[in-house]
Ligand binder design. Structure first.
Ligand SMILES: Nc1ncnc2c1ncn2[C@@H]1O[C@H](COP(=O)(O)OP(=O)(O)OP(=O)(O)O)[C@@H](O)[C@H]1O
Length: 272
């Protein structure tokens, strides 16, 4: 794989039981590129992103992520012990932020952020603390370092989740609909945090319903519909003059929804 390519998805097929979610799907993400995946609900966007860091097995095709090669297997069973350390190495290099924050409820903000760097990267408590302090400053949550997640708003929890992922100094960040569980007034603060990260040159794959945000931060937009990537291209082109019928149909529904006043984040367009 060219060193310029961070994620290379080739001919991937995913089934749940006998239902095919997507078939023979291919997509490449260059180092430093921000790729937004948009499309109708239930079409397999989250499933695709979960295949990349082995949260979900897939049945056919291959995914190269940095130096890691994942291949499809018809056995969606448990990962063999011999592959678990490879999985750990992959997840240390690929950060993931979920819809549902997934913070450890019994740990403070600070401990949520320092845990993996100490356990996985073997940083000393002082080193992990210094890293966490810098990240909390970056996401504007220094004052909440000793709070427990239940005391934070959804937007604050998601910013902690982003800081926690960044504390592993990943080479790639995957975001799976990071704002879809948030109240509308909290969406902007999380998008601003992701937008700042996008401008640092981080390789990012983002599943989102925030169309205007995708337009602002993504280099490339991929429209997923009916289990296929209907269109992949420069964000401005795909979002203003989509070439495929499926993209046009999806985007026209988004725009209708937005013009009816149902967007979630001020001027941003969102659908669910
Ligand atoms: N663990 C699972 N077992 C069975 N079916 C699943 C599982 N996870 C997801 N699915 C199904 O796979 C399809 C794709 O789901 P996925 O969450 O990837 O879609 P999506 O495009 O991200 O949707 P949304 O935008 O609503 O989050 C859905 O029909 C979903 O119900």
């Amino acid at each position: 794989m060219s060193s310029d390519i961070a994620i290379d998805i080739r001919g991937v097929t995913k089934r749940f039981a006998d239902r095919t979610i997507f078939h023979n799907l291919s997509l490449q993400v260059r180092s430093g590129e921000v790729v937004a995946i948009i499309g109708p609900s239930g079409t397999g966007k989250s499933t695709l992103i979960r295949c990349i860091n082995q949260l979900t097995p897939f049945e056919a095709g291959s995914i190269h992520v940095l130096d890691h090669e994942l291949t499809g297997s018809s056995r969606p069973s448990r990962v063999p012990i011999s592959r678990r350390s490879a999985q750990r190495r992959l997840r240390a290099e690929v950060g993931m932020v979920f819809q549902t924050f997934n913070l450890f409820p019994h740990l403070t903000v600070l401990d949520n952020i320092t845990l993996a760097p100490m356990r996985v990267l073997r940083l000393s408590p002082d080193q992990a603390r210094a890293r966490a302090d810098a990240l909390l400053d970056k996401v504007g949550l220094t004052a909440r370092a000793n709070a427990y997640p239940r005391r934070l708003s959804g937007g604050e929890q998601q910013r902690v989740a982003i800081a926690r992922a960044l504390a592993m100094e990943p080479k790639i960040m995957l975001f799976d609909e990071p704002t879809s569980m948030l109240d509308p007034e909290l969406v902007g603060e999380v998008l601003d945090t992701i937008g700042s990260l996008a401008h640092t040159g981080m390789t990012i794959m983002l599943v989102t319903h925030e169309i205007e945000f995708a337009r602002e931060v993504a280099d490339t937009v991929a429209v997923m519909a009916d289990g296929q990537l209907a269109e992949i291209g420069p964000a401005a082109q795909v979002l203003t003059s989509p070439r495929s019928e499926r993209s046009r149909s999806f985007l026209s529904r988004v725009l209708r929804y937005h013009s009816a006043g149902a967007g979630t984040a001020g001027s941003r367009s969102a659908v669910s």
